[in-house]
Structures are given as C-alpha cells and as structure tokens.
Ligand binder design. Structure first.
Ligand code: SF4
Length: 447
C-alpha cells in the first residue's frame, strides 16, 4: 500500500540537510507521497528505508520496455488518472497484426509497411511501433515461418507473439532472443508453461482473462511463478467494455495501488471496418491502453492516431520545442533571406511552412526561447535584442551569407533599433506580424 507523507517522513534521516533540493525532510516526504519526487534525491537514506520506501514509491503501473535499441517501447510508469493532474508518461504503442495464415509476400509487405510508417511531426518521430504476430493457423511451424520473415524484414521492430500454444510460442521466441518480445496468450489453463517460456526467453508475458477478477488472480499466480513483467488483457473487445475495464484497471492501480492490476494494458482493436477500428483505437489512446493492436497500416489512420497520441502524451506543463539552430528552407544560396523566430514548435512549423509556400529558399534562425511563442518570449525577456544578437553571432550563419540582413517578426518591431546596435553592420528588417503574410512579403522583395 502507498505510504502517507508522515509515514515516509519517519523513515527519512530527518537532518533537513536540503541535499534533495527540498527545504526539509518533511517537505521531501510530502513530495514522495504525491509521487512528485524520486527517493534517489536523498543521498543519506538508509538501506532499510530504501527497501521499504522503494517498494512504496514504485510507480503503481510497472515500467516495462518492449523491444530493444532505438525502437524499444517503454510502457507503464503512469501515476495519474488525468493528464492535467501531472502528465501521462509513456505514449501507447500501436502494433499491427500479421497473421501467420498470410502468404510470405503478404507478411513481408506488412513488415515493410511498419518499417516505413515513420513520419516526422513537430520534430518528433512517430511510427507504428510494433508487430503483433498472431498464430491464426494454430500451427507452430507456420508461426515460426512467419516469425522468420518478420525477424529478417523488420529486425528493429518490437514483436508481440500471439499464441496460446506454448510450443509455438517457444519456437517463435527463439528468433527474437535478446529483443524483449511479448509472448501474449497466457491464460488460466496454460499459465505455468507460458510463464516458464517467458522466464527462460526473458520475454514479457501477455496475460489474457475473461474479466478483471480472473485477470488479477492470474497475474498474482504468474508473479508467484517468477514472472515480473506482464502486459494484461481483461478480454474487453467492445468500446464500452474497453473504457470500463481500462478505467477500472488504471483506477485500481493508481488510486488503490492494487498490484495485481498494476501492469500496462494491451487492447486488441482489429476490425474489418477501418473507421470502426480507428474509433476504437481513439478510445484506447484516450483511456489507458499501453499497446493497441490494429489490423492494418493505413496512412490516414496512422496520421489521425499519431496526432491524437502525440497531443495526449505531451506534458501540459512543458511547451513543445524544436532545436535551436539555423534551418535551411529549400536550397538557400548566400543571397537568400534570413528570418529569425522562437523555438515554440507551433511557431516554427507555421513560419517554416509559410516560407516554404512562398517558394523563396531562405534560412530560418530558430532561437531557444524555452518553447515560448514570439510575443510571450519577448515579454518574458527570452527574446531580447542582446540574446538575438548573441545567438546570430554564435550561430556561424555569417559565413554562409553574403548580406547582413535579418528579418525579425513584426510583433517585435520595437526591437529593430536595439538589435542593430548590438549587431554592428547588420540591417534589421521588420517582417510581417502574422506568418501567413510571409509569401506576399517575400514576393514584394523580389519585385
Ligand atoms: S536529502 Fe535526505 S536528509 Fe537531507 S533534507 Fe532531503 S530528505 Fe532530508
């Protein structure tokens, strides 16, 4: 059970040394109780207290990583029911089903589509994250054959091997050694055998039950068999049941610290009708799925789901930012215009999009303003004449251009004189206030 702030305080050194960044041990204890601080911050806590507090302060939903390398998917670690309470930690993963009844060519094509599904949106790489290989044929040989193709075509993509047959699971698992796959299909009748395979193969175990009571009994049993890493499926398939079960699981884990349901949730959303499938997936993204299994890779569906996921899993307290640097738009030459703006993602994408629309190759200097938009950054003292001058001087852009003209956003026209003072030899031009006026502005310069 979770400990109260006072119970935690009793286990701390009580020296108020402030090394944890908090004014007192009590203040730190209160933060720990609210899961807003990590015990590692206190260097003097005793081993015994660490053990007690470590268990009590572990995230209510077990952190688990599926796959390995750059494309590994982190799951769990969630601590809240609602994003505005703090933030959602690990975005849900989208997995696409590949049935072992498909032809070699079809298996290969879908695996390739998954590999090529990656898009860049506001500076983040978004993709179909995993492949769910299902033993539709019930034949261990066919599952292994399909697994071989997936392992060859999409070696970096995390895999979920779906079968209730322990031998089939074992055969396919060998192909993904050290890649932390999920073996999905442990149930009341095969739990021991599947647990053994997962333990030996260092795999995550996907546990299936017909309802929440059966599910929690099963996870406790599997844990007692030595398997710690599980993803859970309550058997919910209809929209109403998915919302209900996923919410009850999250609530039990986060509010009651109920460990038997404190695991990432896997939901199977495959439907013949793509729109129906996408709507179910929307429920999963919004309501606590950690893995959503879909039937196909379709660009329209991916774009909608990726965008929703990105928005829900953005930390509401941290503005989205892009990297501070000089961005080339088109193929600029030494005479091309040089704009400057702030590094709030939305600002960057709107301004760069409008420059692109103008078809005038340009350079866009994007300055770190801690993710604030132009006016807010200016008001907060993060987009000032001295900072702009320093950034331009240190960026090295001068070696790539023949002119010394910097176009600043119209909203900060007031800065033009002071930037000229700080950047001797430069001409500061005031650009449009709104980005959508950039194409006309650029056209007027050419004319
Ligand atoms: S570092 Fe540890 S001992 Fe020091 S104030 Fe923080 S909790 Fe107390």
């Amino acid at each position: 059970m979770a400990l109260s702030g006072v119970e935690i305080f009793k286990l701390l050194p009580k020296t108020n040394c402030k090394k944890c960044g908090h004014p007192t041990c009590l203040a730190f204890a209160m933060k720990l109780a609210q899961r807003q601080a990590s015990l590692d911050l206190c260097p003097d806590v005793s081993e015994e207290a660490k053990k007690i507090l470590g268990e009590a302060s572990a995230p209510p939903i077990r952190p688990i990583t599926m796959g390995s390398g750059d494309k590994a998917v982190k799951m769990g670690e969630e601590t809240v029911l609602f994003r505005h309470d703090k933030k959602f930690v690990n975005p849900c993963a989208f997995a696409v089903e590949i049935k072992d009844t498909l032809s070699e060519e079809e298996v290969s094509n879908i695996a390739e589509q998954v590999v090529n599904s990656e898009i860049d949106r506001v500076g983040q790489k978004l993709r179909v994250d995993a492949i769910a290989l299902t033993n539709e044929s019930k034949d261990a040989g066919k599952l292994e054959a399909a697994a071989k193709i997936v392992a060859a075509k999409a070696p970096a993509v995390p895999v979920i091997i779906c079968t209730e047959n322990p031998q089939a699971a074992e055969g396919a698992l060998k192909l993904f050694a050290d890649k932390r796959p999920v073996i999905y299909g442990a149930n009341a009748s095969n739990a021991e055998a599947m647990a053994n395979i997962a333990k030996t193969g260092k795999a995550i175990l996907g546990v299936y039950a017909g309802g929440l009571d059966e599910l929690s009994t099963l996870t406790e049993k599997i844990k007692s068999l030595g398997v710690e890493d599980m993803v859970i499926d309550s058997g919910a398939r209809k929209a109403k049941d998915i919302i209900e079960h996923n919410t009850l699981i999250r609530r039990a884990a986060v509010k009651k610290n109920f460990k038997p349901l404190g695991y990432p949730v896997i939901n199977f959303m495959q439907r013949e009708n793509s729109l129906h499938e996408a709507l179910l997936a929307v429920i999963g993204v919004s309501k606590y799925s950690s893995i959503i299994v879909l039937s196909s890779v379709e660009k329209w569906k991916n774009l909608a789901l990726f965008t929703l996921r990105q928005n829900i899993y953005t930390d509401p307290q941290v503005p989205m930012q892009v990297e501070q640097k000089i961005y080339n738009i088109g193929d600029p030459n030494p005479d091309s215009p040089l704009f400057i703006t702030t590094n709030f993602s939305l600002t960057y994408f709107i301004v760069s999009g409008e420059i692109e629309n103008s078809k005038v190759a340009s350079r866009l200097a994007v300055m770190d303003s801690e993710g604030l938009s132009v006016l807010t950054a200016w008001a907060a003292g993060k987009f000032t004449a001295s900072k702009i001058a320093q950034f331009i001087q240190e960026s090295g852009v001068e070696k790539d251009i023949q002119h010394k003209e910097l176009i600043i956003p119209g909203y900060v026209a007031i800065l033009s004189g002071s930037i000229e003072d700080k950047l001797p030899g430069w001409k500061i031009t005031v650009g449009p206030r709104e980005a959508n006026a950039i194409p006309a502005f650029l056209k007027s310069r050419v004319a």
